[in-house]
Each structure stands twice: as C-alpha cells, then as structure tokens.
Design a protein around this ligand. Structure first.
Ligand SMILES: [Ca+2]
Length: 393
C-alpha cells in the first residue's frame, strides 16, 4: 500500500522543479543592477550576489578589460559557448558579438571556451582563447592568439592544437593560465571515449600543455629535449580540466578536473608527473560500475583535495584583493552540478576548510574571477546566462 510519505516523495521533485522555475522567472525579471534578496544561511555559507547583466547564452569565461578612455567603468570580455565574444559593461549593457571569432564545434561541451588577456594587453591588445575546432576528422581543443579591436579580433593565429581529432562533443577542457614568466598553461580533456590516451605521452588528450605566447616550447618542459613524449606536455593522467589559476604567492599552476561519478580533484600539476586518470581515482563510473582498482599507486600523484560526490567544478580564482579581509587566502571554484560557489580556505598548499556559497541562487556556476574592484564575479551556465557580483555578507 502506498504511504502518504511515499506519495510525497514521488511529487517532491516536481515541487522542487516548480520552485526552481519560479525562482528562475523572478531572477529573469529583475531589472539590471538591482540587488537580489540578501542570500545568507547559517549552514551553507555567507555571501550575497548582485545581478550585473543577463541575456548571455551559455557564457563560458570572462576576462577583465581596461576601461575605455575617459571612463572608469570596468568592462569584461565574455565568451559564449556557441562561438561569440561580447563586451559587458558594469552598467549591465551587453555588447554586440565581436567580429573575427573562428568557427567553433559547438556540440555538447564543445564550443568557444576560455579567454585571457596578455599581461602586456595595454600595449599589445593581445588575448588568448581556447575552443573546440571542427574538422571532418573530428574536433580538437586549440588555443589561438589575436588582437582586440573596438569591434572584433584581428590577426587570429592558432598557437596550439591537439594532435588528436576525435568525433563527439565531450571533454574538451579547457582553461588558459598565464604564468609569471608569461608562458601559457593550457588544460585539456581526454574526450571521454578516449580516456586511455590520458596515460599516453604521444597524445595531447588529458594533459596540461605548456607553451610560450608564440606557441614555442619552453626549455623547462619535461619532454622538450627527449623523444619520450610530445614536447608541449607538462603533466598527464588528467580527465577533464575546466579550472586553472596561478597561485599568487608560489607562482605554481593549480588546476581542478571533473571526476566521473565522484572524484573531482584539485591538483598542483608538476612537470612530468602523472595524475593517475584513468588508473586511480576516487569516483565510480556513471553506471555505478567500479572504475579503479585503487585510489593510489606508485608513480602517480595524489590530488590535494577531492570531492565525493562530484560538484562538477568549472572556473577558479585565488582571492588576492584586500577589499574583503575575510576572503584572504581563499580559492573560489564554480560548481555546475553542485550549483554553488565553493570557497576553499588555504594554508599554504593545503585546503583547510570549504564553504558553499550562493546555494540559494540554484544556478550552475561556469566561471569565477576576481574583478578589478576586489569583488568576485561569477557567470552562470544557462541559456539566459547571468553575470553576478559577489561579496561576503
Ligand atoms: Ca588524479
């Protein structure tokens, strides 16, 4: 016999879904720049979010631009996965798509992905962006450099492309982090169906890539002077990395990666090291089947932090501003499936606490960056994607 409780359980997901839809409608109708209700909870962390702009279709990444001459208003360059870049100003105006963006493989997780500015952007107008590049033999992750004009890109040049072209639309990575010596770290994915290639040094799948701003090979790459592996490889044994940032004190690259069902990881990838996928890990297959014999093995590195269940991390930013002292030594990570902004408290290279912020938004967080004003900004992964300014509450 069906109990009342069981009946409630069967309709509960519908109630939750309806509430989520209502919440989505109320946010969508909120005028630009108006404050959302203060978000606070004793159990899930303390932050508030203010809507800055909306109407971005599946935005993926943002990079802060200097203000235009005669203005102090911050501007941010935003990518949309379908293959568009737009400039968004802090008064909520969303610009027209920039010209000159190459054609992208906008299928499932593929499309236009990350964007970062050259450290010399003020003088050379140069930026770097990653995307899934289409071809008749399958798609691959590439990184291009270009110069930004008022209405678009010029001199677009691919400076890295994966050797492997694979059909389908999963696990392209990718993020770009510029090291203190102006070289580029690029995170990739192993294309899901090709996970064994994450362990192959003759493949660019499931690797951290390290190149110069011209696409040349830095002298400290582990396979720069040997025939044992592709010269662009920095580290291997990764799954699908959608977060990368340079530590503000040590200068080391930090990355995170999606696990399967459980087993998302935070790593500090070192040159020539093996991060284990798909041999070791903390997750199981989506079907529930066992994936790994063990969580550790000689010759394979351990993550410095991992998530079970998965939060599906995307975007990452160290907090280096002085505006909010309570966020000092924090690492912010967006959560897609987890629908929150994770704030990890660090002590050196150790994670000592984790707080879930913005759970009340009920949004998939695709990217997180520190703004020039010392606030944290997030992009939501949605057909009506939004830019929020975030502050402690
Ligand atoms: Ca690993």
């Amino acid at each position: 016999m069906r109990s009342p409780l069981r009946h409630f359980k069967s309709i509960a997901p519908c109630i939750v879904l309806s509430l989520a839809m209502l919440a989505g409608q109320s946010i969508a109708q909120t005028p630009i720049l108006s404050s959302l209700p203060t978000l606070s909870s004793a159990t899930v962390g303390r932050a508030r979010a203010t809507l800055v702009a909306e109407g971005l279709e599946s935005p993926w990444a943002m990079a802060w631009l200097p203000p235009v001459a005669g203005s102090t208003m911050p501007r941010v360059l935003v990518t949309e996965r379908a293959g568009r870049m737009r400039i968004v100003t802090m008064d909520g105006k969303v610009g027209e798509p920039l010209k000159g963006v190459p054609k992208v493989h906008a299928v499932n997780q593929g499309g236009l992905l990350d964007v970062v500015l050259s450290p010399q952007f003020a003088s050379n107008r140069t930026l770097f962006f990653s995307y899934a590049e289409p071809s008749s033999e399958g798609a691959r992750t590439v990184v291009a450099r270009a110069e930004l004009l008022d209405d678009g890109l010029q001199n677009v040049k691919v400076i890295f492309g994966q050797k492997d072209r694979v059909s389908g639309g999963h696990h392209f990575g990718s993020r770009i982090a510029i090291a203190n010596d102006a070289t580029l770290f690029i995170t990739t994915g192993e294309r899901y169906s090709e996970k064994a290639r994450a362990q192959s040094l003759d493949s660019h799948l499931g690797k951290v890539i390290h190149i110069t701003a011209n696409g040349d090979i830095p002298a400290d790459n582990p396979y720069a002077k040997t025939a044992n592996g592709l010269k662009e490889i920095w580290s291997y044994g990764h799954r699908n990395m959608q977060g990368a940032a340079i530590h503000p004190v040590t200068g080391a690259l930090w990355t995170h990666e999606h696990g399967p069902r459980g087993g998302d990881e935070l790593n500090i990838p070192r040159a020539g090291k093996n991060y284990g996928w798909p041999v070791i890990g903390y997750g199981i297959d989506y079907s529930g089947a066992k994936l790994h014999d063990s969580t550790a093995k000689d010759g394979m590195e351990q993550p410095i932090h991992y998530w079970v269940p998965s939060i599906a991390p995307s975007g990452m930013a160290f907090y280096t501003a002085t505006k909010f002292p309570e966020w000092k030594n924090s690492l912010f990570i967006g959560a897609l499936a987890g629908q929150h902004l994770a704030r990890l408290t660090l002590n050196g290279d150790r994670v000592v606490a984790e707080e879930k912020l913005l759970t009340e938004l009920g949004q998939r967080i695709r990217d997180v960056r520190q703004g020039p004003d010392g606030f944290i900004y997030v992009l939501t992964d949605d057909r009506n994607g939004k830019l929020f300014r975030v502050a402690p509450n």
